[in-house]
Design a protein around this ligand. Structure first.
Ligand SMILES: NC(=O)c1ccc[n+]([C@@H]2O[C@H](COP(=O)([O-])OP(=O)(O)OC[C@H]3O[C@@H](n4cnc5c(N)ncnc54)[C@H](OP(=O)(O)O)[C@@H]3O)[C@@H](O)[C@H]2O)c1
Length: 233
């Protein structure tokens, strides 16, 4: 996807610290955007342009509808960036079942269902000579599972494993899976956990630089962004 003009990219989690910056940089590179999160007013308030499709990723029917509407309003789909996610802190022995379920629903199951729902549209993009990409942000915890983030780490490791296997399956059809694994980055993620409280965290990576690295990987056709790719961010 060296030239993003003429491509349509769906950014899921567009209201987040990383999602909104990735969307801004993709737009700057010429992409047409479809932006998604749960609150349509919050998405519109970003002022990024593009179509707005609200969806709650914990509902599989909403995921199918999101992809359907994205394809209908723009006529094509050349990429999805899954920048939605939730975190929870606390000892593994004290995790509430509902917390574990929600972590897995948003962080692992939703991206799997998004890829399934978008498979035909992304395949059509490849057949038309474009270079569709499906981008996930499993983060450094999928490489180095972290104490007090056991279920979050597990949900992200599941996502990374899914992407690796699906990427192998899809390679011949021209659909590229790209998993990005930055370390702690300065967004609001740790300030609104669905359970627990974040410990005092050291200063994180710069979100603008992290997103620039991800967008460069999208445009340059890269297939993997391990945590080490972000050390200079
Ligand atoms: N920040 C980091 O240190 C870091 C490092 C590595 C990887 N990551 C991963 O990168 C992704 C983005 O993180 P961030 O730092 O940008 O977090 P963030 O600022 O908290 O943004 C989270 C995004 O997820 C969306 N979201 C949450 N639950 C949702 C649901 N049920 N349905 C639809 N959308 C939902 C939020 O939208 P609403 O407006 O609907 O709430 C928001 O757009 C996450 O997957 C995170 O795990 C983050």
């Amino acid at each position: 996807m060296a030239d993003l003009s003429g491509s349509t990219i769906l950014v899921v989690g567009a209201t987040g610290g990383l999602g909104r910056e990735i969307a801004r940089q993709l737009s700057e590179a010429g992409a047409t955007l479809v932006l998604s999160a749960r609150d349509p007013a919050a998405i519109a308030a970003l002022g990024l342009g593009g179509a707005v499709v609200a969806a709650d990723l914990t509902d599989p029917a909403e995921i199918r509808r999101l992809v359907q509407v994205a394809v209908t309003v723009t006529g094509q789909l050349d990429g999805i960036v899954v920048a939605a996610g939730v975190v929870a802190f606390g000892p593994a022995a004290e995790l509430a079942p509902g917390t574990v379920e929600r972590l897995f629903a948003v962080n692992a199951v939703a991206p799997m269902l998004l890829l399934q729902a978008a498979h035909a549209a992304l395949g059509a993009s490849a057949a038309a000579g474009r270079s569709p990409a499906f981008v996930t942000l499993s983060g450094v915890v999928s490489e180095s599972p972290t104490a007090n983030l056991a279920a979050y780490s597990a949900s992200k490791a599941a996502l990374a494993a899914f992407g690796t296997a699906a990427g192998r399956e899809l390679r011949r059809s021209g659909i590229r899976i790209l998993d990005a694994r930055p370390g702690h980055t300065d967004t609001a993620l740790s300030t609104h956990p669905i359970d627990g409280t974040a410990p005092a965290l050291p200063r994180g990576l710069d979100p603008v630089a992290v997103c620039a690295r991800i967008v460069r990987a999208i445009t340059d056709g890269e297939r993997d962004l391990p945590s080490t790719a972000f050390t200079a961010s």
